[in-house]
Design a protein around this ligand. Structure first.
Ligand code: F0G
Length: 436
């Protein structure tokens, strides 16, 4: 067998191993398990770390014809699959926008704010990075049907990747609580959509029950392969920084799969010598859906699910499935968990949007949270911060209409002006614009 650039022989599926984060038992990774059969704990995919890697160990996308994915070029730190098994839509390779406007808004007077824009993925959210790995695994092990519960982005991503893999997909969404854009996207991409009379937490609970008794491949982030793909957000942003770690990486927290993945990525990048220090992870929740922030405030002593209420429907989750993996991420990075009110979240979104960048409401939690923590003195004003924008501006146009056009517009609303079809009226608009 030929060696690849990291000197490993190409993997067969029997090299895949998952480990329970609670009891430490190992299991073969060529099956569809998402909980430890012995103790019920969450499972991690095991990546060999007893080696040193350099940036050259990541594949130059141009060097692998047809495989320009911003996920799979980091395969030296991913579970390895044969090239021809990979289910990809050429995800990743997302931009990092340094923005003075966002830095000023956050209060980073001597610092910098970079927006890592995951809305530039094929279906418009970071979920595609996890889904390419999950569907590659699902297809490789012969899954006959894949399923997820979702607040809208996971469902759109699963629909797309399942269609690419040729596997039927079932998605459960909380009825009436998903934006019209995401529901439409998921339906159009061909998944069977089930509207559950309940919230996200109810939907995920019944689906997890179903996957225990039926042969259904669960594609939520409790699946150990999903976070593996999402780790590459961190690898890619570190690479964009020349492998110099920023001071802080901030991200929104809902079901906490991403927080789990980011901590794992940072530990692994540090273990193999790609970075010489680990940045602090900052997870930001919406105040009405902040069980993880409350857990953090208790010194990770007391966890209690909540009934979630927030305008940011993507992160309207009261009992996050990856809470313990996320705790580990915060603890190993000296991180912080905080929560912001919906008004702050929407104002931060308006700032991101008007800076020409744009993102969906949940994504703005990154900026709103950093602003709060700079004010409180937990992040220094001269810090280099990367905030992850998890999805694009068109994911929730209902929220945009409410904020800018609604009966109770937001503080930074940009209301259209209405004029008669007359030149003089238009001249007045021009005059106002020039003198604004
Ligand atoms: N931002 C967006 C845009 C999301 O869609 C989600 C989660 C998050 C942040 C939170 O990420 O769950 O890893 O903490 N959306 C899931 C979904 C729940 O079903 O689309 P997390």
């Amino acid at each position: 067998m030929a060696s690849n650039r990291t000197g490993q022989t190409p993997a067969t599926l029997d090299q895949l191993v998952v480990r329970c984060m609670d009891c430490g038992r190992d299991y073969p990774g060529d099956q569809a398990i998402t909980r430890c059969p012995a103790c019920g704990g969450l499972l991690d995919a095991i990546i060999p770390l007893d080696r040193t890697l350099t940036p050259q160990d990541f594949i130059d996308p141009a060097a692998v014809p047809g495989l320009t994915s911003g996920v799979w070029r980091y395969r030296a730190l991913l579970p390895t699959f044969p090239n021809d098994a990979i289910v990809t839509r050429y995800e990743g390779n997302t931009p990092l926008y340094w923005s003075e406007r966002l830095a000023n808004y956050a209060g980073l007077t001597g610092g910098r704010f970079g927006a890592k824009h995951e809305g530039h993925n094929p279906t418009g959210s970071f979920k595609d990075r996890g889904m390419t790995v999950a569907l590659t695994h699902a297809k490789a092990i012969g899954a006959s049907v894949v399923a997820c519960a979702s607040t809208g982005n996971t469902s759109a991503s699963l629909a797309s990747y399942a269609a690419t893999a040729g596997i039927p997909a079932i998605v459960l969404i909380p009825e009436g609580k998903v934006s019209a854009s995401k529901l439409g996207q998921t339906v159009a991409l061909g998944a069977r959509v089930v509207q559950v009379e309940g919230d996200f937490d109810d939907a995920l609970a019944i689906l997890r029950e179903l996957t225990v008794t039926h042969n259904v491949y669960l594609a939520n982030s409790v699946n150990p392969y999903r976070p593996e793909g999402q780790k590459t957000i961190v690898f890619e942003l570190l690479e964009q920084l020349g492998w110099r770690a920023p001071d802080v990486i901030a991200l929104p927290g809902g079901n906490l799969g991403n927080t789990a993945a980011f901590g794992k990525a940072l530990s692994e990048a540090y273990a193999v010598g790609l970075i010489d220090r680990v940045p602090r992870l900052v997870t930001v929740q919406a105040e009405g859906a902040a069980p993880f922030a409350a857990y953090y405030d208790s010194g990770f002593d007391h966890y209690a699910p909540v009934h979630a209420e927030t305008i940011a429907s993507a992160i309207k989750i009261g009992n996050p499935a990856s809470v313990e993996r996320a705790r580990r991420s915060i603890q190993t990075t000296g991180g912080i968990v905080t929560a912001v009110p919906d008004t702050d979240l929407l104002d931060a979104k308006a700032v991101i949007d008007a800076a020409g960048i744009g993102a969906e409401p949940a994504s703005a939690a990154s900026l709103a949270g950093v602003r709060k923590l700079v004010r409180e003195g937990h992040i220094s004003a001269d810090a280099t911060v990367v905030g992850v924008l998890t999805a694009n501006i068109l994911k929730d146009t209902d929220a945009i209409a409410r904020y800018h056009l609604g009966d109770e517009p937001g503080e930074r609303a940009n209301r259209p002006v209405r004029i008669p079809a007359e030149m003089a009226a238009l001249e007045k608009v021009l005059d106002d614009a020039l003198h604004a």
